[in-house]
Design a protein around this ligand. Structure first.
Ligand code: UDP
Length: 461
C-alpha cells in the first residue's frame, strides 16, 4: 500500500472527553484516506477494552499516565500533575516508534483535546499538523480564552472569582451571561479544586494560542452562532453522535442493556431518564430527596446510579423501602449502574431528561428532542443549563433551597410542569431538525468537516 495520512488522536482521560474524540476519530477513519490511531492512557484503555467490543476501523494504543498501576486515579491533583510531567515524553516515544515501524504511515496529524494543550507542541517536531479538539460548547471555550483579559481588566481575581461589584460576565448579547460561581472553573466549595480547574482551563487557552490553525469543536454553528463567531479558528463539526459513526463503543463502564427491554414496555414519552454523567456526585441527603421526588411524581423513571455516586464515596443509601416499593416487579422505576445513553434517549418511551447538563449529554438530548430538567454540578454545566433554559427554551431548572438542597417537592413540581408543557417539546423538535441538517449532506458541520479533511489530504503530502 502507498503512503497514506496517519492521524493520531489523544483525549483527556475522562469519559466526557474520550467519547466525542473517539466519535470524531471514527468519522475520520470512515472517510477512508487515513489511518487513525486513538491513544488513551493505559488505565482508560483497559476500561474501554473491558466494556466495549473491539473496533475494526481505528487502531487503539495506550501510554502511561505516569501513576503506578494500583492507583485508582481518583485524586485529580495527582493525576493532573502526573499527566503534565510525564505525558509528553511517553507520547513522543510512541510517535517515534510508530514512525520508525512504517515509513509510509508516519503520523501526519495530531488531534489533541485542548485540555492537554502541551501535546499540541509535539506535532511540529514530527512535521505533523497540530489540531486542537474542544469537547465543550463554543461559548464555554470562548470564556476560557477570555480568562487572561478578564483578569487584566480587573473583572476576575487570579483565582477566577468575580471581583468587587461585578455580578456577571457577558461576552455577547446572544450568549447567556456567566454569573458568580457559574464559570467552567468555579468550585465554590473548595478553592484548591477551583485552582486546579482554572489551571486545566488555562491549558486549553494555551492550546488555542498555539501554532495549531484548527480548533475543532463538538457543536454546530446554528446552535450558538455568536459564540462560534468569537473565534475565527474554531470549526464547529458536531453534534458528534454514535448513530453517525456506527456503534457507540466508547463507554468506560459496561452498559446495562436490560433497561432497553424495560423501556420497550413503557408508554410513549412517559419515562423520565435521570443521569448525572460520569463525575457528578450527590450527598446522601440529596440522593434521598431525589429518590423521593421521583417516587412522588408518579412518572416512570430510569435512573443511572453509579457505584461512585456519593460525595464521600460511601455506599449509596436509598430511602427506606424505596427499591422494594418503586423498583421491584412492574414498579414505577428502574435503577442501573450505567446505561447505553444515546440508545435510551432515542427510545420513544423517554419523555424527559433529568440531567447534570454535561455537554455530551446536552447534545445527545438535543439530537433526540428530549426536553431537560437541569441539575448542574460543576464545570461548564451551569452555562449549558443557561443555554437550555434561557436561550433554547427546551428545559427547566430544578432549583436549590436555602440549604443548597433540591427538595423532593421541587423535583415533583418540575417534572409535572415539564410533562405538561408542549412548547418546550416543539422547541426541542425544531432544534433536533437543525442539528440533523447540520451534519447532513451540505449542512454546516458537514461542510466544515470536509474542509478539514480536504486540508489533511493536502497536508499528508
Ligand atoms: N453516559 C452513558 N451512560 C450513562 C451515563 C452517561 O453512556 O449511564 C455517557 C453519555 O452518553 C455522555 C457521557 O457519558 O456521552 C458523559 O458526558 P457528559 O459530557 O454529558 O458528562 P461528564 O461525564 O463529562 O460529566
Amino acid at each position: 500500500m502507498g503512503k497514506r495520512g496517519h492521524v493520531l488522536a489523544i483525549p483527556f482521560p475522562a469519559q466526557g472527553h474520550v467519547t466525542p474524540l473517539l466519535k470524531l476519530s471514527r468519522l475520520i477513519a470512515s472517510h477512508g484516506h487515513f489511518k487513525v490511531t486513538f491513544v488513551n492512557t493505559h488505565f482508560i484503555h483497559n476500561k474501554l477494552a473491558a466494556s466495549t467490543d473491539p473496533l475494526d476501523d481505528v487502531v487503539l494504543a495506550s501510554i502511561s499516565d505516569g501513576l503506578p498501576d494500583d492507583s485508582d486515579r481518583t485524586d485529580a491533583f495527582e493525576l493532573w500533575e502526573s499527566l503534565n510531567s510525564t505525558m509528553s515524553a511517553h507520547l513522543t516515544e510512541l510517535i517515534e516508534s510508530i514512525n520508525a515501524s512504517n515509513c509510509d504511515e508516519k503520523i501526519s496529524c495530531i488531534i489533541a483535546d485542548v485540555t492537554l494543550g502541551w501535546v499540541l507542541e509535539i506535532a511540529p517536531r514530527f512535521g505533523a499538523e497540530s489540531v486542537g479538539f474542544n469537547p465543550t460548547s463554543a461559548a464555554s471555550f470562548a470564556i476560557i480564552l477570555q480568562i487572561p483579559n478578564l483578569i487584566h481588566q480587573g473583572k476576575l481575581d487570579c483565582d477566577g472569582n468575580l471581583k468587587g461589584s461585578e455580578n456577571y460576565v457577558r461576552l455577547a448579547d446572544e450568549i447567556p451571561a456567566w454569573r458568580k460561581d457559574e464559570f467552567g472553573w468555579s468550585f465554590p466549595l473548595d478553592l484548591k479544586t477551583q485552582k486546579l480547574l482554572l489551571e486545566c482551563c488555562l491549558s486549553g487557552e494555551k492550546a488555542a494560542r498555539s501554532r495549531s490553525n484548527w480548533l475543532l469543536c463538538n457543536t454546530f454553528y446554528e446552535l450558538e452562532p455568536s459564540a462560534c463567531d468569537l473565534n475565527p479558528k474554531l470549526l464547529p463539526i458536531g453534534p458528534l453522535l454514535a448513530s453517525k459513526t456506527r456503534a457507540s463503543c466508547s463507554s468506560l463502564c459496561v452498559e446495562d442493556m436490560s433497561c432497553i427491554r424495560w423501556l420497550d414496555e413503557r408508554a410513549i414519552a412517559s419515562v423520565i431518564y435521570v443521569s448525572f454523567g460520569s463525575l457528578a456526585v450527590l450527598s446522601g441527603r440529596q440522593l434521598q430527596e431525589l429518590a423521593l421526588g421521583l417516587e412522588l411524581s408518579g412518572q416512570p423513571f430510569l435512573w443511572v446510579v453509579r457505584s461512585n455516586f456519593t460525595i464521600d464515596g460511601s455506599k449509596v443509601e436509598y430511602p427506606e423501602g424505596f427499591l422494594e416499593r418503586v423498583c421491584g416487579g412492574r414498579g414505577l422505576g428502574k435503577v442501573v449502574e450505567w446505561a447505553p445513553q444515546e440508545r435510551v434517549l432515542s427510545h420513544p418511551s423517554v419523555g424527559c431528561f433529568l440531567s447534570h447538563c454535561g455537554w455530551n449529554s446536552t447534545l445527545e438530548g438535543l439530537a433526540e428532542a428530549v426536553p431537560f430538567l437541569c441539575w448542574p454540578y460543576f464545570a461548564d454545566q451551569y452555562h449549558n443549563q443557561s443555554y437550555i433554559c434561557d436561550k433554547w427554551k427546551v428545559g427547566l431548572r430544578i432549583e436549590q433551597d436555602g440549604d443548597g438542597i433540591r427538595s423532593r417537592d421541587e423535583v415533583k413540581k418540575k417534572i409535572e410542569i415539564l410533562v405538561g408543557d408542549d412548547g418546550m417539546r416543539v422547541n426541542a423538535l425544531r432544534l433536533k431538525e437543525i442539528a440533523k441538517k447540520s451534519v447532513g449532506q451540505e449542512g454546516s458541520s458537514f461542510v466544515n468537516f470536509h474542509r478539514f479533511i480536504d486540508h489533511l489530504m493536502v497536508y499528508k503530502g
